[in-house]
Design a protein around this ligand. Structure first.
Ligand SMILES: Cc1cc2nc3c(=O)[nH]c(=O)nc-3n(C[C@H](O)[C@H](O)[C@H](O)COP(=O)(O)OP(=O)(O)OC[C@H]3O[C@@H](n4cnc5c(N)ncnc54)[C@H](O)[C@@H]3O)c2cc1C
Length: 380
């Protein structure tokens, strides 16, 4: 076992951090206030390989490892969690689903433009009446000659209004339950596919989230992704890896909140002393730093195991559960350390506090992670 980052990993962290500090940090508040999805960042992120982090070079990707992926998401989330959420949805859901289950032709045609950043990707599983219970989805796809005809609507789709390529899960055989769900690649501009309501969110406000509606949307049969009826099973595998990304984002958010609190604690004076001299504040900082390190190790372990191949269902869920819940604690303590200034927008603490909540909800709530972990433990 070697816990030291390699020289390449250290260089990657420095490079992504510098990018986030110069290209993102100056705009964080404005994008959040205006709910502006910074599409102008996409070519710059693509130049760094961030739009195709783990995909092979032959598909336009940067061929980085699963741990590198964590480092990238951590460093972007440390500065702006909303931008990191975009990268996670684009890389870890839409592109990953095509990368794992697409045919060679589909990878060349759809994955490569995504990985090069020529298109932004979206992934639609959740519906208004089915989130945790995703297999209960209502969107249907019916075969009609050389096409599948999709009808239904997806809710809370990250990039629902800006994506060029979307992976959509739909029921192709209602009687078969979760074995009757299939995945489809749908391109922007396909007649019958329209973005619906844009969500006005508590946090992650610079990330585009909306409904996507399908009305007699005809998708060519060669855009069925993976085998018919395997869409839900494949989704679970996509989420195994996706959850490592959410864990990494949580570590990054916690790191950003902690650093903001530490800097503030060293400056702010009360009773003639800096507040960092009070043991109550020191203990919060010590707990935060310790929790972040533990979450980071759990996250890197899941990524390491993913890199070695095989399923990481339990390890991914443990990393996601722990990292998201400690990130909530760290962000809350960061607000507390800032006192009243933690409650106003002049300081970054309130934004981390708003953004972090999604980490315990997206890609499976904490309750669902506990169910996944318990099922694995009981099956041993
Ligand atoms: C900003 C944002 C971005 C998102 N991006 C995407 C995206 O790109 N693509 C996509 O497909 N989805 C996306 N989602 C959806 C997200 O994955 C779901 O919101 C999440 O899975 C929870 O589903 P739900 O909202 O329907 O909650 P519900 O499933 O209705 O859950 C409500 C509550 O009940 C609990 N609960 C449910 N079932 C159980 C159970 N069996 N045991 C114990 N407790 C249970 C839950 O834990 C939760 O506390 C996004 C959501 C948000 C807010």
């Amino acid at each position: 076992m070697d816990f030291r980052p390699t020289d390449d990993q250290q260089l990657l962290r420095r490079t992504v951090r510098e990018f986030a500090e110069t290209e993102i940090r100056p705009h964080v508040r404005e994008w959040d206030e205006q709910q502006h999805f910074p599409i102008e960042l996409v070519p710059k992120m693509a130049a760094l390989g961030l739009m195709g982090i783990q995909f092979p070079e032959q598909y336009g990707g940067a061929a980085m490892s699963a741990i590198d992926y964590c480092i990238c998401l951590e460093e972007i989330a440390r500065v702006d969690p909303a931008v990191a959420l975009s990268l996670a949805a684009h890389n870890g859901l839409c592109s990953a689903h095509i990368g794992l289950f697409g045919t060679e032709e589909q990878k060349q045609r759809f994955l490569a433009p995504l990985a090069r950043g020529e298109r932004v990707g979206a992934w639609g599983l959740t519906e208004s009446t089915s989130g945790s219970d995703a297999a209960g989805m209502r969107t249907m796809a019916v075969r009609a000659g050389a096409c599948w005809v999709l009808n239904g609507a997806k809710t809370f789709t990250t990039h629902g209004r800006v994506a060029g390529t979307m992976v959509v899960m739909a029921v192709t055989n209602r009687a078969a339950g979760s074995k009757g769900v299939s995945a489809f690649i749908v391109e922007r501009g396909t007649p019958g596919m329209t973005p619906g309501k844009k969500e006005d969110k508590l946090g992650m406000r610079a990330s585009d989230t909306s409904e996507v509606i399908f009305e007699n949307c005809r998708v060519p049969a060669d855009q069925l992704l993976g085998e018919e009826g395997q869409g839900f099973v494949n989704t679970m595998q996509v989420l195994d890896a996706g959850r490592i990304g959410i864990a990494a984002m949580s570590v990054g958010i916690a790191q950003g909140a902690y650093e903001a609190a530490l800097a503030y604690a060293k400056e702010r004076k009360a009773f003639g002393k800096t507040i960092s001299s009070f043991q109550a504040i020191q203990f919060k900082l010590a707990d935060a730093a310790t929790r972040i390190e533990a979450a980071r190790l759990l996250t890197y372990r899941a990524a390491f195991l993913k890199e070695r191949g095989g399923r990481t269902t339990m390890e991914s869920s443990m990393a996601k559960l722990y990292a998201s819940e400690i990130a909530m604690r760290v962000a809350e303590d960061a607000v507390q350390i800032h006192g009243g200034y933690g409650f106003v927008k002049d300081y970054p603490a309130e934004k981390y506090f708003r953004d972090v909540k999604l980490m315990t909800i997206g890609e499976g709530t904490s309750e669902i992670q506990r169910l996944v972990i318990a099922r694995r433990l009981l099956a041993r």
